[in-house]
Write a protein that binds this ligand. Sequence first.
Ligand code: NAD
Ligand code: MG
Length: 409
Amino acid sequence: MPVQQVTILGATGSIGKSTLKVLAQHPDQYQVYALTGFQRLDELAQLVEQYSPKVVVVPDGKIDAFRSLLALHCNDKKIHAIEIVEGEAGLCQVASAAAVDVVMAAIVGSAGLKPTLAAIDAGKRVLLANKEALVMAGELFMQRVKQAQATLLPVDSEHNAIFQCLPTDYFSSTARFANHGNRAGVSQILLTASGGPFRTWTLQQMQQATPAQACKHPNWSMGQKISVDSATLMNKGLELIEACHLFELPVERVTVVIHPESIVHSLVQYIDGSTLAQLGNPDMCTPIAHALAWPQRIATTVPPLDLFSANCLNFEQPDEVRFPALALAKSAMKTGGCAPAVLNAANEVAVAAFLANKIAFTQITQLIHAVITQINVLPAHDLDTILVQDLEARELAGQWIMANANRTT
Ligand code: NAD
Ligand code: MG
């Protein structure tokens, strides 16, 4: 296979850096075409020095500032060879450029939606980490994957695990899950969740939880937003919606299982009583490498699982009273239309407010509930409607914060 040209949307983030680590191990198979960053532009300049992309994308208005940073890290020859573009148009450009084969969609939140769709519309091989994009625009997103014949591969560890455990004829099967039916012998998906840092905390304890405590995940090292989502279990709620779209499943066919060790990354149950699972050490380099190379395999530095030294593997029911995010997500998926986009937008605003110490941890889900009940959810016929509802939800969330900030209830 010719060398694959890779764009990394969100290169300065946790997934972006793990992707660069995997690519660096296989220079004969992959080359970095473009890197993008939003905060920490100094780090982006260092990545340019290290990986020599052809194009870099910076936020609007930051080209000159970034050139000055580059001058600190790179020689003149490198600086002259590089194209620097800006903003959403720049992100869409590097996601869809003719020279690009693979796009890693690893921007956090709704900002990743348009660039990810641009990669899909251009028929690229899209490695999807940016779950919020799929949650916001689920049906439209999957329709566009089919229309453009893009190859969509899940990077989220649970969805990557499920993808690995599904039968090869799953996606070509015309059978659906209606009336207790199955699809290619699959009856159920079990989505594992670590339970996050507050798995054993009481609601009273969670009311006092600080951003630092919420971001201290027991098993995974991740960006701040997904770390808080893991602490509320909204990450699992978003993943449940993600699974329904990726694997064309009704919400009733997905069961969330708390598994504190994060060794079993998810499971697929079959009608004959078989349950297949994918196991491994919790390191995102594994699903990234799998999605990059599929249907082949490439090596990573992740050590193989040592079952002899692994402790017990535990499994528990989630507690939807202490963690209302799960029920909120299920309900949004059942409502359909723009409800998941509203859920996602309210969550993004709530998490940012919690990280800025404006609201208490337990107010995150209170805010989301308040926004969802207030808004008139529209059908998600087109991207414009989804974006209008996203904005409406953000405005309502902002008002809720003004009215309720720091009032722990
Ligand atoms: P992160 O915060 O570490 O990195 C986010 C990246 O997005 C950074 O490069 C940042 O510069 C960029 N970004 C942020 N706001 C932007 C904006 N407005 N416009 C353009 N770029 C912007 O996050 P992460 O942990 O790497 O997660 C990235 C995505 O992958 C998220 O959707 C997350 O849910 C998903 N994911 C992450 C993990 C993980 O282990 N970190 C696992 C599964 C899924
Ligand atoms: Mg995950």
